[in-house]
Each structure stands twice: as structure tokens, then as C-alpha cells.
Design a protein around this ligand. Structure first.
Ligand SMILES: O=C(CO)COP(=O)(O)O
Length: 248
């Protein structure tokens, strides 16, 4: 399968930061893996225009389960597609925490994204207290069971990101053994759910991925790429992660 380096800019970036995207495109014209940047929606169509014809794809960070209507401040999957997106991140722990998103809502959004023709990147991950209590796999299993879409006609359109909440923006990461344990668990869960086609679904690790630790994380079985926050904001750091993934 083709691996995926995905950058989540979160609530960061203005037009001036598009120079980073141009620098990334220039430095990695044929990266050897899929490359995705998910900027704030204010930059989406400008970034899509800039990246047109390059290896960089763009995506959203959320969508509403409905296609249109009276939902002030929201954006639909169709609108993301219209703005040039190919992907959308759903159920990020920051949205679960900041906006009270439930697994059921995340599933509805994922189903809307697939129906609109977007690739859905569904995020799961345990709190530090849950890991300390030995509940990691139970938590991940429950999130997968309730957040993933019912039907996935094309395995390439569902990506699952494992992001331990305590590893996001902290500089801390699970051990490679712990990453491998969770990724193998997710692979088994999605094969049980969707059948052998789920071998082709990409599983990303996210949480303090940096140029310095990317290669060792990418060597873990069932790690098919990364969802990168802070280190995706500069072409130098994200480009180094892209290069590490292409070599893995
Ligand atoms: O939340 C993340 C990506 O979605 C990870 O963020 P950091 O890479 O900044 O830890």
C-alpha cells in the first residue's frame, strides 16, 4: 500500500505560511509516499490552488454530517470537496474535547465524508489515565466500534489515526512496542469488521512525530504513515518526515 504523511495544521496558519507549502513542493516533487496537508478552512482553497499538479493533497479538519443547511459556522463534506479537499480528519481528540464530539457523531461525519467522495481519517486514542489503568486496548476498541462507518466501499478511503491524547504536542511518545501493540490491535479489529479488504486501510500514528523519531516509528509493523501536528507547519520538518516515510 502507498503510505501517507498527513499534516494537521490545527488552528494555525495564515496566507503568509503558504510559502511553507511551496517550499515542500519544491523540495519533494516526487515524494514516494502520499502527502497531505490539512490547513484551517480559511486556507483550504488557496492551498489547493497552490498544490494543484503537485504531489501534495489538501484536506479539511472536520465536517458536518449534513450536506447543507442552517448550521452556522459548520462546513459540509461537499463544501470541502468543492474547495479542493480530498480528505478530512474526523474525531480528533481536540474536537472530542473542545466540542464534545461523541463516537456516534464521528461515525455520522465519516459516513457523510465517504458519501461525498472524501477520504475519512478517523482518529482514536486513549487518555494518559486510561493507559495507566491498563485500559488502552479496551478504549481503542470501543472508539473503533462506535466511530467507524458501517460500510466502506473502497478501503483506500478510510484511514485510521492512532493518536494517544497524552502524546499530542507534549514531546512524549509511547514506546515502539506500545505503538506496535495498538496498531496490530486496530488492524485485527478492522479485518474482523470489514474483512480482508481492511489490510489495505492505512493506519497512521500521531502524537509528537518529529524528524528525529519518524524513521523508528515508521519501522513498526502496521504503521502506514503519520498524522503530524506541530512538525507539519514547516517544510523543513515535514519534508524530513515525508522523506523518512518514503524510505520506510
Ligand atoms: O494531534 C496531532 C495531529 O493530529 C499531533 O500533534 P503533534 O504532532 O503536534 O503532537
Amino acid at each position: 500500500m502507498r503510505k501517507l504523511a498527513a499534516g494537521n495544521w490545527k488552528m494555525n496558519g495564515t496566507a503568509a505560511d503558504l510559502v511553507q507549502v511551496q517550499a515542500l513542493i519544491t523540495a519533494h516533487p516526487a515524494p514516494g509516499c502520499d502527502v497531505l496537508l490539512c490547513p484551517p478552512v480559511s486556507l483550504l482553497s488557496r492551498m489547493a490552488d497552490l498544490a494543484a499538479g503537485s504531489a501534495v493533497q489538501v484536506g479539511g479538519q472536520d465536517c458536518h454530517p449534513q450536506g447543507s443547511g442552517a448550521h452556522t459556522g459548520d462546513i459540509s463534506a461537499q463544501m470541502l470537496l468543492d474547495a479542493g479537499a480530498h480528505h478530512v480528519i474526523l474525531g480528533h481528540s481536540e474536537r472530542r474535547a473542545d466540542h464534545g464530539e461523541t463516537d456516534a457523531l464521528v461515525r455520522a461525519k465519516a459516513q457523510a465524508a465517504l458519501a461525498a467522495g472524501l477520504c475519512a481519517i478517523v482518529c482514536v486514542g486513549e487518555l494518559e489515565s486510561q493507559r495507566d489503568a491498563g485500559q488502552t486496548l479496551a478504549v481503542i476498541g470501543a472508539q473503533l466500534a462506535a466511530s467507524l462507518p458501517d460500510a466502506v466501499p473502497d478501503a483506500a478511503n478510510l484511514v485510521i489515526a492512532y493518536e494517544p491524547v497524552w502524546a499530542i504536542g507534549t514531546g512524549r511518545t509511547p514506546t515502539l512496542t506500545e505503538v506496535g501493540e495498538v496498531h496490530a490491535f486496530i488492524r485485527a479489529a478492522i479485518i474482523a469488521r470489514y474483512g480482508e479488504a481492511a489490510q489495505a486501510m492505512r493506519l497512521l500514528y500521531g502524537g509528537s512525530v518529529k524528524p528525529s523519531n519518524a524513521a523508528e516509528i515508521f519501522a513498526v509493523p502496521h504503521v502506514d504513515g503519520a498524522l503530524v501536528g506541530g512538525a507539519s507547519l514547516t517544510a523543513a520538518d515535514f519534508g524530513a518526515i515525508v522523506a523518512a516515510l518514503a524510505k520506510a
